[in-house]
Design a binder for this molecule. Structure first.
Ligand code: GAP
Length: 478
């Protein structure tokens, strides 16, 4: 799908990539439609026809996002003693991005349709024509576009490939001149490097140690596509881990395992995650080694996360450009050195899309077809939904409210649902991935103080005493 410069006429029509099978595109369409129908993700600025590459998260999308963020923060920050959390400003001094190399080299190859002037990623057009674009120079891309007679999606010839800087530029303050230029940060990393000295001076950390932050980044992607996979306003969860130069390999390996552990935290199927050793020539300008963690999205195997060895590139560049000493005094060996950096970088939106793709399921239950999200209880927006069997029986509603309040104290992610008949409620909760539904019926109030607990994946129902409800659910979610 390419929503680059042509806004979709119908906001949630998924334009089929030429390389996608109809089954793959239909799965994406179903996920996108479920996301809108159930309040996970809406198109950005939808009532005005949208703004390409932007998406708005509704109540359930935010809940899913926060659960993923919290698992990441727990694994990489609060469960460790060597990590310092951060939340740096998005707008930074333009010299940060000059020193980091982004002003000069943060570019993508762009071609223009000679008739419509619409712009496309040259490498994407080549990939759609079956070309492996890894490591291709601009000259080679130009040659291949001619050789393969590649046209724009509108069927017109395209011009020469040129490099397009992806940073979104703005001016800060009342005067718009060269000195007031700033950029919406293209990665969260920069905010950590410029605070390296602050963390060292304030906390005197022993190496190795890391800084971590979760936040927005902005990239003026030529062709945002594939729903929330490639967007212009994204969220990253990043770590800059500072190590002695001689120990980079062992720290790289340790984070390699941690990336896998995190994919398990959020419930991804390990068989759908793959490592790709990024070749010389394909790595970012700062990296000496990079592993991309790829995921089998419905539209193909694509980058989910990255793990890079950035050497001392960042601290050395910022020290030179700012004239501030960014070296570190190692008490143990009584030596001053410039730390090297291991950087695990996680896209939050891509995590959400991977989770949704793995969770989306269809089956037949009780003779009826259903679609549901098989989300891990750790990330599901709601862990439990509590229902009174009938909403017009005050005794049932009162008891259900009581049970709801008690469960909420323990599990927090608990919702109350009395809308529509019980079948409709189950269907709704299945579709948003709620692992357990608790129903209060006449036996509860008239007989034995038990409720039914229904399992989302099997539809099986068991009766559980209200006094045992918390431990029953706790056992299932550990
Ligand atoms: N600091 C290193 C860095 O930013 P990157 O490979 O450009 O490296 C890291 O980005 C991660 O951010 C990617 O693995 C991906 O998960 C996410 N990401 C990058 N560009 C994105 C985009 N346009 N839309 C959504 N996620 C994106």
């Amino acid at each position: 799908m390419c929503w680059g410069n042509r806004l979709p006429k119908k906001p949630f029509t998924f334009i089929v990539d030429t390389h996608m099978t109809s089954e793959e595109s239909s799965k994406m369409e179903k996920i996108i439609s479920l996301c809108k129908r159930r309040g996970f993700i809406y198109q950005g600025s939808e009532i005005y026809g949208g703004l390409a590459g932007t998406w708005d998260y509704g109540p359930l999308g935010v809940a899913l996002k926060k659960n993923i963020e919290n698992l990441w923060w727990k694994r990489f920050v609060t469960d460790r003693e060597d990590m310092y959390g951060m939340d740096a400003a998005i707008l930074m001094n333009q010299n940060v991005w000059k020193a980091s190399g982004h002003v000069d080299t943060f570019t993508d190859p762009l071609v223009e349709d000679v008739k419509t002037n619409k712009r496309y990623r040259a490498d994407h057009l080549l990939e759609d024509a079956g070309v492996d674009t890894k490591g291709l120079s601009i000259e080679k891309m130009n040659a291949l576009l001619v050789e393969k007679k590649i046209k724009s999606p509108d069927g017109n010839p395209v011009g020469e490939v040129r490099l397009f800087n992806m940073m979104l530029k703005t001016n800060v303050g009342p005067v718009a001149d060269e000195t007031s230029i700033s950029y919406l940060r293209p990665e969260t990393a920069g905010g950590m490097f410029v605070n390296f000295k602050n963390i060292v001076d304030t906390f005197h950390p022993k190496m190795p140690f890391g800084m971590a932050q979760i936040g927005k980044a902005f990239r003026n992607e030529i062709a945002p596509r594939d729903f929330i996979f490639r967007v212009r306003e994204l969220e990253q969860m990043e770590i800059e881990y500072f190590v002695k130069p001689t120990t980079w390999e062992e720290n790289f390996e340790s984070f390699r395992k941690e990336v896998w552990n995190f994919t398990e935290d959020i419930g991804l199927n390990k068989e759908h995650v793959h490592e790709l050793e990024v070749a010389d020539g394909d790595r970012a300008h700062y990296s000496k080694r990079t592993i991309d963690f790829e995921f089998d999205f419905p539209f193909g195997k694509k980058e989910l996360y990255g793990l890079a060895y950035r050497t001392d590139f960042d601290l050395t560049s910022h020290a030179k450009a700012s004239s501030v000493d960014l070296s570190y005094y190692d008490e143990e060996n009584k030596e001053r050195l410039v730390p090297h950096v291991i950087e695990p970088s996680f896209g939050l939106g891509r995590s959400i899309l991977a989770v949704l793709s793995d969770a989306y399921s269809e089956d037949e239950l009780g003779g009826e077809k259903r679609s549901f999200l098989k989300l891990s209880p750790k990330v599901a927006p709601n862990l439990i939904a509590v229902f009174p069997l009938l909403k017009n029986k005050p005794a049932l509603v009162e008891k259900a409210r009581e049970v709801y309040k008690e469960l909420k104290k323990v599990f927090t992610r608990v919702s109350f649902d009395d809308n529509g008949n019980i079948g409709k409620r189950y269907r709704r909760q299945d579709e948003i991935g709620t692992p357990f539904c608790v129903t209060i019926d006449f036996d509860t109030i008239e007989k034995d103080n038990t409720v039914t607990v229904r399992d989302r994946d099997t539809g099986e129902q068991v009766r559980v005493a209200i006094s045992d409800l918390v431990s029953h659910i706790e056992k299932k979610v550990v």
